[in-house]
Design a protein around this ligand. Structure first.
Ligand SMILES: [Zn+2]
Length: 296
C-alpha cells in the first residue's frame, strides 16, 4: 500500500511495510483498555493491528527513504507472532511497484534504531544466516549519535529491540553517518530531535511553497497520541519528556497547518490539526480500515 502526495514542489510517497499484530498495552501504556478500545478494538488476545510506514521523498539530494520497516531477518517464529505480511506487501515490494529498486535510494534516514524501523536497513546477502549487508547498496545511512550509543549498549528493557545486525554491518562498511542534532538533508527536507520515545528520536519535516509535512515517527505513533498528551506508549523511555515533545510539535503543526504522517496507526495515515473545545483535535485526511484477521 502506498500514497503519493506533494508538499509544494516536492513529491513524497507514504509506503507501508505491512500490518503486524502487537499487544495493545504496548502502545497505550498506563491508559486502561476500557478507554483505548474505543479507538481501536483489540482481539481476544488483546492484540491490535499496527502498521509500519516509511516515507520516500523525491528531493534535490536524490531519493530519501525515512525508516526501513521490519526487514526480513526476524526468525520465522517472530514473523509468525507478529503476523507479518508476505514480502510483496512489505517495503521492498511496495517500492518495486513504484518502480524504485533498492539501489535507487540515495539516503536512508533512520528515525531511531528500534527493530521495526531499522530491521530493513540490512539484509542477508544470500540465504538465512548468511553475512548481513546493506539492503540499499548505494545509500548513505544517517542516524543520531545518542541513538547509536543506546543501541550499542542496550539494557534489559531495550535489548529485544536494539539488534546489532540491523546497524553494526552498516558501521563496519562505513555506510552509517552518525550525526548530532537536527540536520538539513536537502532543500525542503530537515530533521528535528524529538526526545521521549528514545533520547535521540528524530522527526522529519518536508517544507516547500508554504506547505509542510511532519513525519512524526514514534513521537506520536498513533493519531490519538498527539490529541491526548497523557496517552504515552509503554515503550517510551522518557514518558514525561514525550508529553512535552508532543505539546511542542502539536503547537508547531497547528500553527503551520502541517500534514501529519502517523507511522503505526492502522486507521489514520495522515491528518491535520483543528481547534477543538479542549485543545487541538485530529482531523483525518487519509484513513484506512485495519484489515485485522483475528481468526488467524
Ligand atoms: Zn520505536
Amino acid at each position: 500500500m502506498s500514497y503519493t502526495l506533494s508538499v509544494g514542489s516536492l513529491r513524497c510517497h507514504i509506503l507501508s511495510d505491512g500490518l503486524q499484530h502487537v499487544d495493545g498495552g504496548g502502545f497505550f501504556g498506563l491508559i486502561p483498555r476500557t478507554m483505548w478500545q474505543s479507538v481501536i478494538a483489540p482481539d481476544e488476545l488483546n492484540q491490535i493491528a499496527c502498521d509500519s510506514r516509511c516515507l520516500l521523498i523525491e528531493s534535490d539530494a536524490g531519493l530519501i527513504l525515512v525508516d526501513t520497516g521490519n526487514g526480513d531477518k526476524l526468525p520465522a517464529k517472530a514473523r509468525q507472532r507478529l503476523g507479518m505480511d508476505d514480502r510483496n506487501n512489505r517495503l521492498i515490494g511496495v517500492l518495486a511497484r513504484l518502480g524504485v529498486a533498492p539501489e535507487d535510494i540515495d539516503i536512508v534516514l533512520l528515525t531511531h534504531f528500534h527493530g521495526d524501523h531499522v530491521g530493513g536497513a540490512t539484509r542477508w546477502a544470500g540465504e538465512e544466516g548468511s553475512p548481513v549487508v546493506p539492503a540499499f547498496p548505494r545509500a548513505r545511512y544517517i542516524g543520531q549519535r545518542l541513538e547509536l550509543a543506546d543501541a550499542s549498549f542496550p539494557n534489559e528493557r531495550t535489548a529485544a529491540t536494539y539488534l546489532a545486525d540491523n546497524f553494526k554491518p552498516l558501521l563496519e562498511c562505513n555506510r552509517l553517518q552518525i550525526v548530532d542534532g537536527p540536520q538539513r538533508l536537502s532543500r525542503g527536507v530537515r530533521t528535528d530531535i524529538a526526545p521521549g520515545h528514545t533520547i535521540g528520536l528524530q522527526t522529519v519535516w518536508v517544507e516547500d511553497g508554504g506547505e509542510s509535512l511532519l513525519f512524526l515517527t514514534d513521537a506520536a505513533s498513533w493519531a490519538v497520541h498527539l490529541e491526548r498528551l497523557a496517552w504515552v506508549p509503554a515503550y517510551d523511555v522518557m514518558p514525561l519528556q514525550s508529553m512535552e515533545t508532543k505539546r511542542r510539535l502539536r503547537q508547531e503543526a497547528l500553527e503551520r497547518n502541517s500534514l501529519l504522517v502517523f507511522q503505526h496507526d492502522a486507521q489514520v495515515v495522515t491528518a491535520r490539526l483543528g481547534e477543538g473545545r479542549r485543545g487541538p483535535v485530529i482531523v483525518p485526511v487519509i484513513t484506512e480500515t485495519a484489515d485485522f484477521d483475528a481468526s488467524r
